[in-house]
Design a protein around this ligand. Sequence first.
Ligand code: ATP
Length: 503
Amino acid sequence: QEDNFKNVISHAKEYGFIFPSSEIYDGLSAVYDYAQNGAELKKNIREYWWKSMVQMHENIVGIDAAIFMHPTTWKASGHVDAFNDPLIDNKDSKKRYRADVLIEDYAEKLNQKAQKEIDKAKERFGEAFDEGQFVTTNARVMEYKAKQREILERMARSLGNEDLADVKALIEELEIACPESGSRNWTEVRQFNLMFGTKLGASADSAMDLYLRPETAQGIFVNFLNVQKSGRMKIPFGIAQTGKAFRNEIVARQFIFRMREFEQMEMQFFVKPGEEMKWYDYWKETRLKWHLSLGLGKENYRFHDHEKLAHYANAAADIEFNFPFGFKELEGIHSRTDFDLKAHEQYSGKKLQYFDTEENRNYVPYVVETSVGLDRMFLAVFSNSLVEEALEDGLTRTVLRLPSVLAPTKAAILPLVKKDGLPEISRKIVDELKWDFNVAYDEKDAVGRRYRRQDALGTPFCITVDHQTIDDETVTIRHRDTMQQDRVKISELRAIIANDVSM
Ligand code: ATP
């Protein structure tokens, strides 16, 4: 698994998807730049989300609010007082950890131990092995799994307490359960606010303290009534937004999984009080379907229902994805009640109420939110798509099996040789297709090597122009995943590509 993750990171760099930020200055920790192909892939994911949320829903509209917001916003939202991470320092290694992440890692270790037992049994009993039965009868697997569950439940409880002593006690106990991770010497657990502060204005005394937004959601809440009135929206309706958010994560790691500057794709759905659970269930299901539509494999997703709820929520679940380092949160679905709108009413002194014409009364709507990290989506899609494939002739090829709709380049046009007018015909095909698709032209190296390069970039189609093309206006079109090649008319290319790459 670890090797696989290293491959993901080096492939992302080698093929122009993601570079460490400011690399010539040795980089900046947990900050990354999206490169030429990464920016395309990221844009395509954003668009795929936007289309399915905004374009496909008559009652959802999209906005683009500013990153800077009035500082009182973050008082009202609770971020000034409650947006904290529990931190613990190791006195020996001088390393700092997020207590909840550390505990989850221990829980995952126990899960892996259980999985190892299952794998061993599979080897021993082969075909006839019944995993389900084994899991319920094998004492050791049961013990690991039960312990893993217990840990997560206890973590949820102890993080909810003001006094974080329980959290430290749990960590110390876990070291004993996982002796291979070595003994450690911990400080107390402390809370740390995650917001980045900055200043607005030049002169020192008149400057206003601001925060970079830690989530995009608040830009939607403060605009709720503006959008509702100007768009004549009727409840239930949604407001969607994508954009940068900033968190001073102490333990930023795992490549683009946890960064200090990242992008969110959020949608707040405003509903009648009392109907929030219906919509919460609806959005849980709808969002899972969206993920499944990309075809990365049903087995790679699972729900995690929260027991410990944030200060604003009455129900919350994560959609977790099987990343190269295990199942982790990809998206959150939260029933946020009327907490945010009521808080903004209180702090601003302005009414944020909806007039329901059917019921002839005013009320503050309840909110169900879906919030997915664009960078995490990128990592999910990218890591899942990267495969090393054994070929019939004993060779291997690296192929990035991206969903075609997300691929940065949809087709590469390749003249078989750099002469006899083949480059000119190829350029003509590029000029025709580029109005509809992002296409590439490549004439360097033998055609086999060019195919491999496009495989590694995730390009669904390679179109090769050869001498026969001069006679009959046909080309070969090669499919990335099957490597099958068909001879088709140039005039058919657009329809063939469109059929595969559209939503
Ligand atoms: P985590 O528990 O992993 O810190 P969270 O529960 O704080 O995440 P939310 O506040 O629910 O996350 O944010 C919604 C989504 O934004 C997450 O599901 C995730 O995809 C993304 N996200 C949050 N923090 C980061 C980050 N530091 N880097 C990249 N994506 C992030």
